[in-house]
Design a protein around this ligand. Structure first.
Ligand code: ADP
Ligand code: MG
Length: 696
């Protein structure tokens, strides 16, 4: 059997060297294997033929059936184009080609019946279509019950590579190489779930004949994709049988008990209690804890972290907590110290700007064990920071703490790795969490502390700005503070920066009796921290900024947030931003400012924000509309994945099945010794292991 990875695309009939190069550059397709696994993004059903008469609004690509009435070559030089007048009996539209004019003029005949596929566009009430695919009605292409539509890039289209051409190349490749398509899934899994074989599945997705077999073929390929992804994550997981040993925390001692009985500032919520139970069970199990704690902003994760650290101290070990920024670390330090110091617990802060003298004290106290809790930034995981006995590491707001950083923590203890608690305020849909955090157990705080006033979210348009400013004025007069947030997206950075600056000036002019600060991502960190501090200490009442404030800043006196160009943000990001207000006793407001002219989908998305504050509902909506790659949490996890056929928003059951199968297989055969085909496919798909420093 031939190895399809080793056969270059230029040898496929019809492709050749130039196009092979183009396919490699544009679609990352290099071998016959890659080509056969380039799947249609969707299918056209032959029964689904549109009528020109029914065209309206923003049209998707559609299929039409009809005849050309005439062809004319119009314009000169670069503007030369071929225009066909097409009718389907209900109305007419112009079909326009800018390239290959001569060949096409000869190819298409007036009077013959064709199937035309393309995206209709409207100019001055007239419909037209540029460079559609055109097939005679009786051709095999047009007669296939389902027609796969392959995603293409602009450049490919410009070079004359159409979905149909790609289809043809794939068929040519299949004609020669289909017998060499290997099966890599274990026979027992195929049998148990009645999955279609690899070869049949690939033949079917490229040339389906009926809906049910197409569904089964896609199901098999989706499962395969998710299964390998899960294998890659699970093979390093401590959840499995041969789990990593952890320091058993068997005692609940004085620190925890005194805190719980005498110092708890408020009764814990039911969710906080449940999560603490889950954590205690992990810590006592003798296995290393690797737990993700998800809880919306304000749900009270900090106290859970502190109480977990107290358990570590009760068992004679040290603990650390890390935050992504200096400000956050400092805030944690202050709240930890105020809660822990009365118990005689020694807490210190280590960040990039900690002075040498303090560093020396920290180093000495870490070494002799008299430092109980170290709060800090990334500085904590640097090589030169050595603990006497680190029992627990808490990572707050896991941004930028990917798998790699987590792995580094493991080295902080010579014998047994510390327990790890990762906390995130980014709600992640379950399927995505299973995928990107498949190596972590997940706890969720799904209940806010009592008495919170829900944030009122309003959608306002640019022409209502004066009214919005009047409301801001009222909040300021009541002694509250206000955030004003601008998007900053790299593509048009200059423009964004200008609108931020203009916004700043407008705000200064509008509210002359208040102090306004100004923060953006291009500032030096020290300057940024200084400006933020002015706001945190109420020296300034208005903060105009880009999304740099997104992570964790806590200013309970800020009651209002205005988000400019809200239509340009993702929903999860809006949700994160909004979480900066509503932290105090006062009623809080989030005003989403937008242009009045926005698409129906955008409007729906923004309206969802005004309706719900449930982060999980918002994240689900984001996953559906934007896909996993754009979601917070995906990139942070440090696990690269690129799904070609499975969809985390809609294939939840398959994700679960893939995860279960991967776990079971690895439990039975951790080294995949009995599954060589599977092992080599896994190594090929994921050449670099996720976990860089599995402790020896
Ligand atoms: P986050 O999960 O966003 O880190 P915090 O831990 O900062 O949330 O908690 C937000 C606020 O809620 C803090 O002021 C905290 O003191 C308060 N809080 C936490 N838990 C409770 C509770 N059970 N009852 C009342 N207030 C609480
Ligand atoms: Mg927090």
């Amino acid at each position: 059997m031939k190895n399809l990875h080793e056969i270059e695309l230029m040898y496929v009939k019809g492709v050749g060297p130039a196009r092979a190069k183009l396919l490699a550059e544009e679609l990352d397709l290099k071998s016959v294997h890659d080509l056969l696994r380039y799947f249609p993004s969707h299918y056209l059903d032959r029964s689904n033929v549109y009528k020109i008469r029914d065209f309206a609004g923003d049209m998707p690509s559609v299929q039409l059936r009809g005849r050309f009435i005439s062809f004319n070559v119009i314009g000169e030089g670069a503007k030369t184009r071929l225009v066909g007048l097409f009718t389907d009996g209900t109305s007419t539209m112009e079909v326009v080609w800018f390239k290959r004019i001569k060949q096409l003029r000869e190819l298409y005949k007036t009077g013959n019946e064709y199937i035309v596929f393309g995206k209709p566009q409207e100019f001055n009430g007239r419909w037209s279509m540029a460079h559609p695919e055109v097939d005679p009605v009786n051709s095999s292409q047009a007669q296939a019950e389902f027609r796969g539509i392959y995603p293409l890039t602009e450049k490919l289209r410009n070079r004359g590579v159409t979905s149909r051409l790609l289809y043809q190349w794939i068929q040519n490749a299949l004609a020669v190489y289909a017998p060499s398509i290997p099966e890599t899934l274990p026979a027992e899994i195929l049998a148990q779930y009645r999955f279609m074989g690899a070869r049949d599945a690939i033949l079917t997705v490229h040339k389906p004949t009926e809906a049910e077999t197409l569904r089964r073929a896609r199901e098999r390929l989706k499962f395969e994709e998710l299964f390998y992804l899960q294998l890659n994550i699970q093979r390093y997981s401590t959840r499995r049988g041969g789990a990593v040993r952890g320091i058993p925390f068997l005692r609940i001692g004085q620190f925890f008990n005194s805190f719980y009985s005498e110092m708890l500032p408020f009764p814990l919520t039911g969710a906080q209690k449940r999560v603490l139970k889950e954590i205690r069970a992990d810590l006592g199990s003798g296995r290393q804890m690797n737990r993700l704690l998800q809880g919306d902003v304000g749900s009270g994760k900090t106290i859970v972290a502190l109480m977990t650290m107290l358990i570590a101290l009760d068992n004679g070990t040290q603990a650390c907590i890390m935050a992504p920024t200096e400000i956050l670390a400092t805030q944690h330090y202050e709240s930890m110290r105020s809660m822990a110091a009365p118990l005689g617990i020694n807490v210190r802060l280590l960040t990039g700007s900690t002075k040498k003298k303090e560093r020396d004290v920290i180093a000495a106290e870490l070494a002799d064990g008299s430092l109980h809790i170290l709060v800090g930034t990334h500085a904590v995981i640097e090589e030169n920071v050595a603990f006497r006995n680190l029992g627990l590491a808490v990572i707050d707001e896991q941004h930028r703490f990917g798998v790699v950083q987590r792995a580094r923590l493991w080295g902080k203890n010579s014998s047994t790795p510390p327990h790890v608690l990762v906390m995130t305020a980014t709600p992640i849909p379950r399927t995505l969490a299973m995928t990107v955090y498949g190596d972590l157990d997940v706890s969720v705080i799904d209940e806010l502390p009592p008495g919170r006033k829900p944030i009122t979210t309003l959608l306002r348009f640019d022409d209502q700005r004066q009214a919005v400013y009047r409301s801001i004025g009222k909040q300021l007069a009541m002694g509250h503070q206000v955030y004003i947030v601008y998007p900053l997206i790299t593509e048009n950075e200059k423009l964004d920066l200008r609108s931020l600056e203009e916004g700043y000036e407008l705000i200064c002019d509008t509210f002359p009796s208040y102090r306004v600060t100004y923060v953006h991502g291009k500032m030096k960190p020290a300057e940024k921290d200084y400006q933020m501090k002015l706001f945190a200490e109420n020296e300034a009442q208005i903060l105009v900024s880009t999304t740099v404030i997104e992570v964790g800043v806590n200013v309970p006196n800020a009651s209002t947030m205005v988000i400019e160009n809200a239509e340009r943000f993702g929903l999860s990001q809006l949700h994160q931003l909004r979480g900066r207000v509503g932290r105090g006793a006062a009623q809080s407001y989030c005003v989403l400012m937008s242009k009045r002219k926005i698409g129906a989908d955008t409007r729906k998305r923004l309206e969802l924000m005004t309706r719900t504050t449930d982060g999980f509902e918002i994240a689900e909506a984001d996953l559906k509309t934007r896909g996993p790659g754009d979601l917070e949490g995906t990139m942070q996890s440090g696990i690269p994945f690129d799904l070609r056929i499975a969809n985390l928003a809609t294939d939840g059951q398959l994700v679960q099945l893939a995860r279960d199968c991967a776990e079971r297989l690895l439990d039975a055969d951790p080294a995949l010794a009995a599954h060589p085909a599977l092992a080599s496919e896994l190594a090929r798909l994921y050449p670099r292991p996720v976990d860089l420093s599995r402790i020896s």
